[in-house]
Every structure is written in structure tokens, then in C-alpha cells.
Design a protein around this ligand. Structure first.
Ligand SMILES: [Zn+2]
Length: 278
């Protein structure tokens, strides 16, 4: 299987994680994908393959030299973001990208445009894998998994490249902030490891994003509108007042680099109760 074939197979699994279920992995689809990957790693002849009940899959490519070398690890996450569907992904390859708008979905007018995403222009002449605009692609982070598995295949086919013991680790629930939560560092047994989950080719990050999440509930009092004067308390309005008290410029669309932000990711509300998720 080529790298692209492998990637296209991986995105056919629905592994969207969920902030609501409270179990690990947060969705059963991630376990289905982990089982598939486990079989693939077995068929590739990797060793020390383990998949625990929380969906953490580890495997080893043994050293092919006697030299004492540190054990290094490569990590990627199996889940995709809860923000958008990752089900029935239908990928398409745009060959030899010409730098123009890419129409993902004509009937709903979903267009991937370098006007909004100028970084596209750095990829002219390359083949791009896109969606039909209705789902996530899931390249975050199935591209990472495809890279790692393909690299391991390459190393097996090229024994002239000498290396120490390599560990690979695939984890669930990174997108809901719980990827490292139940990661058994001792069992992974590496001196250090790299997470393949970046942006640009060749970029190496040595520090990580850190955030806290909050759910804020507002309780109101519902009264028939005909008799509501001085009685009704509309929780939607109170939540709205709260939102407008937070610094408006400290939002992801206005910040960069180390600047912190408040990111409102969801609202559910009725007169009686409104909940904001940050
Ligand atoms: Zn990621």
C-alpha cells in the first residue's frame, strides 16, 4: 500500500471524538480503527504490539544494529475533532494544483480559496487531498498515522538504514484534550518521542498549546409571558451579558502567537437554562 492509499483507507473510519460520553475512548469508532491498525501492524511484522482497553495502541520496530542507541517514539492520534462530522468522508485528489479556487461542493457553494487561505499558494504544482466540503477530511491526525506506518514500512524494506529500537504509539481523544491522559509512558518506554501532528512540512515544534475548558450554566425563571413583568429571568439574556463582559479582542480570530484567548465553542439555551462552553 502506498502512503496515499493508506491515508485514504484511514479516513474511511469515523473516529470523531466526543466531549459528552466520559469514557475512554470517547467513541466506539476509535476502537474499531485501533483494531484495524493493530491488524495492519501485525501484518507488517512489528513486535510488542499492545492495544489496551482505553484504545492506546503501541508497537515496536526492533533495532537493527548492536550499537547502544536510545529508544525513540513516534506518536499520532486516531480521533478527529468533535466540531464537524468525520463520517462518510469522500476524499478527492486535486492533481497538480493551479493556485485557483477549489470548489468542494458546488450545490452548497463550499469553496476552498487562497483568498481566505493564502498558504494554499505555497502548494501549487502539488497534488492536494480535499473533501466534498461536508465533512472533515481527518488529516488531523490520520496523516500522522499514515506517515508513521509508511516510515516503518520503509525502514523494514531498507535494512541498510541503521536505527535503534523505535516505538510507535497511537492514542484516542486528543481533540477533546484527553490524549495524554491514560497514555502509559512507562510501558511506551522511550527516552523521547515525537508527535507527528504538525502544520507545514519540515516544521518542528518544541512547546505545546495549553488550555482549560469551562462549561458555565445560567439558571433563569420561566413565567408565562402575559404575566412575566418583574418575574421572568431569561437565562439566554444573562448568558449574553456574561459573554459581552469578556474582552472582545481576546478571541482566536484576533490573537496570534502567545496571546491568550477565550474561545466560545458552543451555546445551548432556553429561557430556563443556558450553557456556554469555552
Ligand atoms: Zn491533531
Amino acid at each position: 500500500m502506498t502512503l496515499v492509499e493508506r491515508f485514504l483507507k484511514y479516513v474511511s473510519f469515523d473516529t470523531q471524538s466526543s466531549e459528552e460520553t466520559g469514557v475512554t475512548p470517547s467513541t466506539p469508532g476509535q476502537m474499531v480503527f485501533a483494531w484495524y491498525l493493530k491488524e495492519e501492524l501485525e501484518s507488517l511484522g512489528l513486535e510488542e504490539i499492545s492495544l489496551d482497553e482505553n484504545g492506546y495502541l503501541f508497537a515496536t520496530l526492533p533495532a537493527n544494529t548492536d550499537k547502544p542507541l536510545p529508544v525513540i517514539g513516534f506518536i499520532a492520534h486516531m480521533d478527529t475533532s468533535p466540531d464537524m462530522s468525520g463520517k462518510n468522508v469522500s476524499p478527492r485528489i486535486v492533481q497538480n494544483y493551479d493556485g485557483k479556487d477549489i470548489v468542494l461542493c458546488a450545490e452548497e457553494n463550499v469553496v476552498l480559496s487562497p483568498t481566505q487561505f493564502p498558504e494554499l499558494l505555497g502548494h501549487q504544482g502539488e497534488d492536494l487531498i480535499v473533501t466534498d466540503g461536508k465533512t472533515l477530511l481527518g488529516a488531523d491526525d490520520k496523516a500522522g498515522i499514515a506517515e508513521i506506518v509508511s516510515a516503518v514500512v520503509y525502514l523494514k524494506e531498507h535494512p541498510e538504514i541503521k536505527h535503534g529500537k523505535i516505538r510507535i504509539g497511537f492514542n484516542p481523544d486528543e481533540e477533546i484534550g484527553l490524549g495524554a491522559h491514560k497514555f502509559n509512558v512507562e510501558q511506551f518506554g522511550c527516552e523521547w518521542a515525537y508527535t507527528m501532528d504538525g502544520g507545514e512540512v519540515g516544521e518542528l515544534e518544541f512547546e505545546n498549546f495549553n488550555a482549560a475548558s469551562a462549561k458555565i450554566s445560567f439558571k433563569g425563571r420561566n413565567v408565562h409571558p402575559g404575566y412575566a413583568k418583574n418575574k421572568m429571568i431569561n437565562s439566554i439574556r444573562i448568558a449574553n451579558r456574561f459573554m459581552s463582559m469578556l474582552p472582545a479582542d481576546e478571541a482566536p480570530e484576533h490573537t496570534e502567537g502567545y496571546e491568550g484567548f477565550y474561545h466560545l465553542i458552543g451555546i445551548t439555551g432556553e429561557v430556563e437554562q443556558t450553557t456556554l462552553s469555552y
